[in-house]
Write a protein that binds this ligand. Structure first.
Ligand code: ATP
Ligand code: MG
Length: 553
């Protein structure tokens, strides 16, 4: 592409800020909560935040937003780091909101001292009633006018551990008449007697998201704090805390989150699928998690390309899963090694090819690559496996594959003519008999015969076996979240099909975990992480063509 790509709205803001000299260095952050594995939606936020500092200079911090001790785990911290690195990004600093607990506590003390926060002993119900509704103004809490001195003592008591969960909270003293519900004296600290994955039992009070996020941004002098649209109404509060505390003025900007068709994307829901055993784990190849996509055979390049193509919007929409598949298909087409595998085998015998003779044919590994990806040896003999679907006893019109009397080319090998077939006791075709044309060998064909069809095969004597897993969409409806009832009611019962014994070229015995393969005419495949030398398992990443497309573009 030669034309200049137009800037997205966040790039425009950044260019204006940098041109106006507002900031010397652009600093962004990616702030996941370590309560699950990252998914493709996070990939969009990662590509955006890291992409901006790659483009404009500066750096991006990785900050674990770990203010909720109950749901957070070190396992998630580790997996999230692995996924970001795999996507191709490196953070400047690895930080934890929990590292700021002391500072945040001091900030709360400052607000109290300045008469801008108070301890409320109301029950959750009482507080909710006084808060009002979007159409009904709130009312002041009876505890609102406690003196700073009393509040300081009570807050210290909250921290001391002698009070029970829920017995009181610390609230910012803002405006119970605000049209923005979040400004009606929001909760900033709650008591929670729970062990934290990093701070252990040091704290029994934890800051709320709104009191932690902006301040953490400010502590790190984040210049552009980018989040998703559901935080638009939080921005006023974000700015209020920063102003009242007189700290570095980080600014929040919002973009539309990624929604993808035929899947769900909240960590909470994905965790349910894992816990209920619907999938085999967070990295099940059907999951929209980054680890699932990786195990399925997606490449970092294809995910980055996908994020680039969908761009940054200010309004929510649903992106077609087929676009993600298109991106991986495009990349795999460039890099995948072409091989032959027969998934539903039927025997083909070449009656005029001498029995016991073996021939080594040479196949190009990737006609799409500049160096053709090198070549490989493919053993050939008189007995082959071919796909059952490549033979028809009574061929349809325009059938260019095998049928009685028909000729086809065997990929990388010879032209064969079907001379007959055998039927087993169960009434099914068990063997196809062909003759071959010796002078039709690929690359040195002097036969002068034109054939319309080429089929793949594996020499039965040399074939190895493998398990093949084929995946389909995890849900049967576009937006499982938007349907009536539980999202799990819409699971696709056929989202995984297993072929326990497929025949593959011996070359694939050397397949490695990072390898990407095109099984000719079948799709793109990669080794599953549980595959071993004695028990090869391949995952289908994506089909060769979009089987779901209504029209082929
Ligand atoms: P989830 O509900 O899946 O847990 P979250 O927003 O609670 O999502 P966080 O771990 O808090 O997850 O998110 C880290 C960052 O990733 C945030 O800045 C968030 O806005 C962003 N993010 C999360 N989901 C998406 C999405 N679907 N599209 C774009 N960005 C997202
Ligand atoms: Mg969250």
């Amino acid at each position: 592409m030669s034309e200049e790509k137009s800037l997205n709205f966040i790039e425009e803001i950044i260019e204006n800020d940098l041109n106006a000299g507002k900031y010397k260095t652009l600093i962004t952050r990616f702030p996941p909560e370590p309560n699950g594995y990252l998914h493709i939606g996070h990939a969009k936020a990662i590509c955006l935040n890291f992409g901006l500092t790659k483009k404009y200079g500066g750096y991006t911090n990785l900050r674990f937003d770990d203010t909720n001790p109950v749901t957070e785990k070190t396992e998630y911290v580790d997996s999230q780091q692995e996924d970001i690195k795999w996507l191709g990004f490196q953070w400047e600093n690895e930080l934890y909101t929990s590292d700021y607990f002391d500072t945040l506590y001091d900030y709360a003390v400052k607000l109290i001292t300045d008469g801008l926060a108070y301890v409320d002993n109301g029950t959750a119900e009482e507080i909710a009633v006084l808060k009002g509704t979007p159409t009904e103004l709130g009312k002041d809490s009876p505890y609102r006018n406690r003196s700073p001195k009393e509040n300081l003592e009570l807050f210290a008591l909250m921290k001391s551990g002698s009070l029970e969960d829920g017995s009181c909270i610390l609230r910012a003293k803002i405006d119970m008449l605000s049209t923005n519900m979040l400004m009606r004296d929001p909760i900033i600290y709650r008591i929670k007697h729970a062990s934290h994955h990093r701070t252990g039992d040091k704290w029994c009070i934890y800051p709320m998201y709104d009191f932690a996020h902006g301040q953490s941004d400010s502590i790190e002098t984040i210049t552009h704090s980018i989040c998703t649209l559901e935080y638009v109404s939080h921005r006023e509060l974000y700015d209020w805390f920063i102003e009242k505390l007189g700290i570095f003025p980080s600014k929040q900007y919002e973009f539309a989150r990624l929604n993808l068709s035929y899947t769900v994307m909240s960590k909470r829901k994905l965790l349910q699928l894992v816990n209920d055993g619907v999938v085999i784990g967070w990295d099940d190849p059907r999951m929209p998690t980054i680890s699932g996509l990786r195990r399925r055979g997606y490449t970092p390049e294809s995910i980055r390309e996908f994020c680039e193509r969908i761009g940054i919007a200010k309004r929510e929409n649903i992106i077609e899963l087929s676009l993600l598949e298109f991106c991986v298909r495009e990349h795999l087409n460039k890099i995948a090694t072409r091989v032959m595998a027969v998934l539903d085998p039927i025997k083909l015998v070449i009656t005029n090819y001498p029995e016991g003779v073996e021939e080594i044919l040479i196949g190009e590994n990737n006609p799409e690559a500049e160096d053709k990806g090198g070549t490989r040896e493919i053993p050939f003999s008189n007995e082959l496996w071919i796909e059952r679907e490549d033979f028809m006893e009574e061929p349809a019109k325009k059938w260019f594959r095998l049928a009685p009397g028909a000729v086809v080319r065997l990929k990388h090998a010879y032209i064969v003519k079907c001379e007959g077939f055998e039927i087993g006791s169960n009434g099914h075709v068990t063997q196809i008999n062909c003759s071959y044309i010796p002078e039709s060998k690929s690359g040195e064909d002097t036969s002068g015969i034109n054939v319309k069809g080429t089929i793949h095969w594996v020499s039965s004597k040399h074939a190895k076996t493998a398990e093949i897993r084929t995946y389909d969409r995890l849900f049967t409806v576009e937006s499982p979240d938007a349907e009536e009832g539980d999202f799990k009611d819409y699971l696709n019962p056929n989202s995984m099909e297993v072929i326990t014994k497929a025949y593959i070229e011996p070359y694939l015995l050397n397949a490695d975990q990072d390898g990407r393969y095109q099984f000719i005419r079948k799709g793109y495949y990669t080794l599953d992480k549980t595959s071993s030398a004695g028990n090869l398992i391949f995952n289908r990443t994506v089909s060769l063509k979009d089987a779901w497309a209504k029209t082929n573009k």
